[in-house]
Design a protein around this ligand. Sequence first.
Ligand code: GLP
Length: 233
Amino acid sequence: MKNSEAVGKYAAEIVAKQISKKKNSVLGLASGRTAIPFYNWLVKYYNTGRIDFSNVKTFNLDEYYGAGFWDKNSLRNFMQEIFFNRVNLKDKNINFLDGGEKNWREVCKNYEGEIRKSGGIDLQILGIGRNGHIGFNEPGSSQKSKTRKVKLSSMTRKVNGIKYKEALTMGISTILRARKIVLLATGKHKSEIMKQVLYGEINSKVPASFLRKHGDIIFIMDREAASQIKRFK
Ligand code: GLP
């Protein structure tokens, strides 16, 4: 794709199609800078009447451990501002890991339970960390991992500019259970990792490489992120 706008628009189209096919779709959502144009497109589609979110359910991938919902640095707060407050999603249909809750084991177990109860995630949106993380499944995360508490790598903490040392995240197995997955990657700084994800070995050194085992995955990249992939040079 030409740029991050085009990537966001393409992904928003996939969401629009999904919701027109199934009004009560269950979406898995990602935070992060890459996803901002995507959410802006979803808001545009809502404003023009193309998407109705009133029956849609969402599950976000992750949250900083120690960040309550209304903490201004929480990923929940990011999602409220960039997306939830701007469309007609119902509060009761928004699911989020509560990083402010001390009993994280319970929180993570319930989250897996809620995903199952909802019938499973129809469409999971992902970004990718420079070290290949998806959600906050840092290098070393197993393919069998479930929703749990994890340590953040120093690179992730630096790139995200946060004080939190840990996070709650859906596991790799939780992500791989989604029926359809769409990963967005934009910018030169994602080109090295995208080459590894698509052509390197599939193992936990690059957690996103496990996505290649999924039968319905789309990697959407802009020119910069795809610049180390021969076909797109
Ligand atoms: C963050 C989040 C991911 C996100 C990724 C990329 O740390 N945990 O869900 O997709 O890293 O972030 P960005 O889009 O800001 O590069």
